[in-house]
Write a protein that binds this ligand. Structure first.
Ligand SMILES: Nc1ncnc2c1ncn2[C@@H]1O[C@H](COP(=O)(O)OP(=O)(O)O)[C@@H](O)[C@H]1O
Ligand SMILES: [Mg+2]
Length: 918
């Protein structure tokens, strides 16, 4: 029976279209445009055979061919398939392959070479992409994944990530999956299929079946061939198996015998063969099946209980019987054979066999996950060693950035069940892993862990984790309660202070508890006992308090908080956000920018897209405030693109807010509107409300603008933030009311803003308020004061705006000469900020003031788009295209395209000229 597809005695029939399509994919990759093919069909239809054809073609052309297949067991092994693909490359020195961002793949593909620290999923995927990109530097590559329907989800996700960018690499990817595809992650399968040329090999025609018949049995009657076609539905594997059975039965090509032999032809064949080959062979076949259809001889020895000599002999018999493919590892010829063997093993025997397999693998110190794939399939017997093995595997999977896999192991560990004293710890680990996938489900498990934990230290550790997950799901009250409860059981010590710090951060949100939280902060600080984790957060909140009360210590506290958290492996957003808020409110932009740079460097080192996004947003904010709109747009765009791609919803609200705000100031309100709508981002985040209010103001939707700004103010007040320097919602309200002709209310709102500005002595906020007050009341004096106030601040955009508005007011008062002077200064400043809307407004006012219209030419650096500018800067810093791509989390091709545009716009010919032109 031709159930092995490793040797092809017969020609491949009726696959011209499929072969041409696969050739096109392989050749396209060779030509530098990577592509993807997805072969799908029932078992035996000829998928593997097609994959083999693609491999031969690529190999003949000298490409690197890497192949792996999914397996029932490997499915539970995070990145198992990817590891199978790249393992042959990593046996020797592979430093160039794991260079740059590719090193982020190490925890998944080469655990021995991994650096320490946790890895998030996005960074691992990014690393795998770069590993493939590095490999493709050496020449064209073909990646082949057979049986993708049983590939592990992490690997498929990585392949989909590569697939999305593959058009820019000389890399072909060919996958095969059994239909109907029933994968745990249907979305990933869909993504791959959508990106691919889909091939659905059809059943063979009666004519082709006739050819197979004649090739096997010699010239045979047409009626027999057509009976074979009908019985097998044209499935080549079933045809082969049926012909085998006919040959064995010795009936000759008689149509009547077909009906008799056809049913369950593979299962019948396997059963018959195993009877003939004897007990040792059957035991070896069972062991190979239990080991996942592909196994090392020594593992078969351990599972079957036979010695090596007997296993080797039985394996030979099985190869001769064409159940196993020749060679090592021991492997079934076809998945249908594997299935038939597996189906024969009883559940009790299967459990025992998996237990033996796990023990054997554990003995030779195989990877914890490999051991765990077997432990998962044993019967739950309350065995502590099983629990220990699964917990270890959970830790490994989590460190790889595969929390789903970790959950799988840990759920099974809970079900074992663990010894009573261990239960809380296992639930704690499961809850922590689950929270990485879904906070809501993580909360449930951590609550359970918290309820069963008895030891105060364990309870404290669980409480920290649970409170974090609870606050993400916005259950702040419960979070505080949990922290209090855990703290009550602890003596004073590091953990107790850590709990106190966590509760301070939370209590800040609650007006009723805010005062107590501030008091606790002061106590902890005075005693000099800031906890290592929560300490910087306390400093940041102390800074926020100081800001509100006008305490001059605010900037120092905020700076100290930032410095401390930046020294950590990963800076804590819970520190960065409040501390930078304080500094921004009082226009200390330098330390905020330095913090953003520090975070960017750290995010690159760790490959954390999430932190990269947060840091880019922060830098966008500082650049916006300093009136550097081109740069701000570049940061905001990059961050928003990444947040959208990686579906970091929490961060997306910030990226959209800043992008919208920047685009409005750039004079592109319609584009801002499109960004906001298409993002689908909603919610009552103060930043987002302020940005939307500003957009609506620009679009003339004044009623809605008023509502947004008022809600923004309420949000801030609810968080206890009254400092006017953070978000200019009050002046927004005043401007929108003014535009609506509700003058009295507008004056009131502007007056309030001015009072707040004076009360907090916040120059930028006060200047903005005065500007608005002047515009609302039609007086010039407040505008003059605003110009004076803004002079020493870094707020160039606001200064430009104030000059322009002052000029416009003077023009209305018929002081045309003075007006023109202000307008010219304002226009020039606005142009340097990249505030195109304001430039245009100044131009119109100048015209009205009798100046000869002057258009500010946009050439040179000003003509660069935000993305081009960002790439050009890094290239000018001496980074190679690959390094720029890795630093910006984009592909090399994107960098090349951008640089091409940059060269053309700047009229330079190479990167060495860039530095002088930027
Ligand atoms: N088009 C074809 N013409 C002739 N034989 C084929 C064809 N496709 C597959 N076969 C044979 O059928 C058997 C099953 O094919 P295989 O590729 O292993 O199927 P699948 O991977 O879809 O389960 C193999 O022996 C293979 O050589
Ligand atoms: Mg196959």
């Amino acid at each position: 029976m031709a159930v092995t597809s490793t040797t092809h005695a017969t020609a491949i029939l009726e696959r011209d279209r499929e072969l041409a399509a696969l050739a096109a994919v392989v050749d396209s990759a060779r030509a530098g445009r990577g592509a993807l093919a997805w072969v799908e069909g029932p078992p035996g239809i000829g998928k593997t055979r097609l994959l083999d054809a693609a491999r031969s073609r690529a190999r003949a052309a000298g490409d690197t061919v890497l192949a792996a297949r999914g397996g029932r067991l490997e499915r539970d092994f995070a990145f198992g398939v990817v590891r199978g693909l790249v393992e042959p490359l990593l046996v020797g020195a592979a430093d160039d392959l794991l260079a740059g961002a590719a090193r982020l793949s190490a925890p998944a593909v080469a655990p021995g070479r991994a650096d320490s620290g946790d890895h998030d999923t996005a960074s691992t995927l990014h690393g795998i992409y770069w590993l493939v990109a590095n490999l493709a530097e050496r020449g064209p590559v073909l990646l082949v994944v057979d049986d993708a329907h049983v590939a592990d989800a992490s690997s498929l996700r990585a392949l989909a990530y590569v697939a999305r960018r593959v058009a820019e690499l000389p890399v072909a990817i060919v996958l095969a999956a059994q239909s109907p595809v029933d994968h745990v992650e249907p979305a990933v399968v869909d993504a791959l299929r959508d990106a691919a040329t889909v091939l659905l090999p059809a059943p063979l025609s009666p004519g082709a079946v006739g050819e197979l018949v004649d090739a096997r049995l010699g010239p045979s009657p047409a009626a027999f061939a057509s009976a074979c076609h009908e019985a097998t539905g044209g499935n080549p594997l079933l045809v082969a198996a049926l012909l085998d059975a006919v040959l064995e039965a010795g009936t000759g090509p008689r149509s009547e015998s077909v009906a008799e032999l056809a049913p369950g032809v593979v299962a019948a064949f396997v059963a018959r063969r195993l009877r003939e080959t004897g007990a040792d062979a059957a035991a070896v076949a069972d062991a190979v099946a239990v080991l996942g259809g592909s196994a090392e001889l020594r593992h078969v020895v351990a599972v079957s209980g036979l010695d090596a000599e007997r296993v080797a002999r039985a394996a030979e018999t099985l190869v001769a019987a064409r159940l196993l493919a020749p060679g090592r590892p021991l492997m079934f010829g076809h998945s249908l054979v594997e299935q038939a063997v597996t189906d024969r093993i009883g559940p009790a025997e299967r459990h025992r066999a998996h237990r033996r397999a796990a023990a054997a693998l554990a003995d030779e110190e195989a990877s914890a996950e490999l051991v765990a794939t077997h432990l998962l399939r044993t019967e739950a017997l309350g065995d502590p060693t099983v629990v220990a093995g699964l917990r270890e595997a959970g830790r490994v999977a989590l460190a790889k950035g595969a929390p789903e896999t970790a959950c799988l192991y840990l759920r099974r560990a809970v079900a074992e069940p663990p010894p009573v004293p261990e239960r809380a710890a296992v639930l704690h680990e499961l809850g922590t892993a689950t929270a990485r996938v879904s906070y809501r489900e993580g909360v449930e498990l951590l609550e359970e862990a918290f309820a069963v934990a008895a030891h105060p230290i364990r309870r404290g550790l669980i409480a920290l984790e649970l409170a974090r997950a609870l606050s993400v799901t916005l259950a702040f009250d419960r979070a505080l309660h949990v922290l209090d409860e855990a703290a009550a059981g602890l003596d004073d010590g590091e953990l107790a202070r850590e709990l106190a710090a966590a509760s301070v951060s939370l209590a800040r949100r609650d007006p009723a508890r805010r005062a107590a939280a501030a008091e606790l902060t002061r106590t902890l600080r005075r005693d000099g006992r800031l906890p290592p984790q929560g300490g910087p957060a306390l400093l940041a909140f102390a800074a926020l308090d100081a800001l509100q009360t006008g305490d001059p210590a605010a900037p120092d506290l905020a700076r100290e908080a930032l410095a401390t958290t930046l020294r950590a492996y990963a800076p804590d957003p819970g520190v960065v956000l409040p501390a930078t808020m304080v500094l921004v409110a009082i226009d200390h932009l330098d330390p905020v920018r330095a913090c953003a740079e520090g975070m960017l460097a750290s995010a690159r080192r760790r490959g954390s897209t999430y932190d990269f996004v947060s840091a880019s947003v922060l830098r966008a904010q500082t650049r916006y405030l300093a009136g550097d709109l081109t740069e701000a747009e570049a940061d905001a765009r990059l961050a928003d693109g990444l947040a959208a791609e990686h579906e970091v919803h929490a961060a997306r609200r910030y990226t959209v807010a800043w992008l919208v705000l920047v685009l409005v100031e750039r004079g592109r309100a319609d584009e801002a509107s499109a960004v906001l709508d298409s993002s689908g981002v909603q919610g009552d985040l103060a930043y987002l409300l302020a940005a939307r209010g500003r957009l609506r103001l620009a679009l003339g939707r004044h009623e809605e603008a008023v509502a947004d700004f008022l809600t923004c103010g309420e949000r801030l007040a609810h968080r206890g933030i009254h400092h006017p320097g953070l978000l200019p919602w009050q002046v927004g309200v005043a401007s929108a009311l003014h535009a609506l002709g509700r003058e009295e209310e507008a004056v009131d709102a502007a007056d309030q803003a001015v009072r707040a500005g004076r009360e907090f002595a916040a120059p930028r906020a006060l200047a903005l308020a005065l500007l608005t007050r002047g515009l609302v009341g039609g007086t010039v004096e407040p505008l003059r004061e605003a110009v004076t106030l803004l002079g020493p601040t870094p707020a160039r955009l606001e200064l430009a705006r104030t000059h322009v508005e002052l000029g416009a007011s003077l023009r209305r008062a018929n002081q045309r000469v003075a007006a023109r002077a202000e307008l010219a200064v304002g226009q020039d400043l606005a142009a340097r900020c990249g505030a195109d809307g304001l430039v245009e407004r100044a131009r119109q006012e100048l015209h009205a003031a009798g100046a000869r219209p002057r258009r500010v030419a946009v050439t040179g650096v000003g003509a660069l788009t935000a993305g081009e500018r960002r790439v050009a800067e890094l290239a000018a810093d001496g980074l190679s295209n690959r390094e720029v791509a890795q630093a910006l989390f984009v592909t090399t091709k994107t960098v090349e395209t951008h640089l091409g545009h940059v060269y053309r716009k700047l009229g330079v010919t190479g990167r060495d000229e860039l530095a002088t032109r930027l």
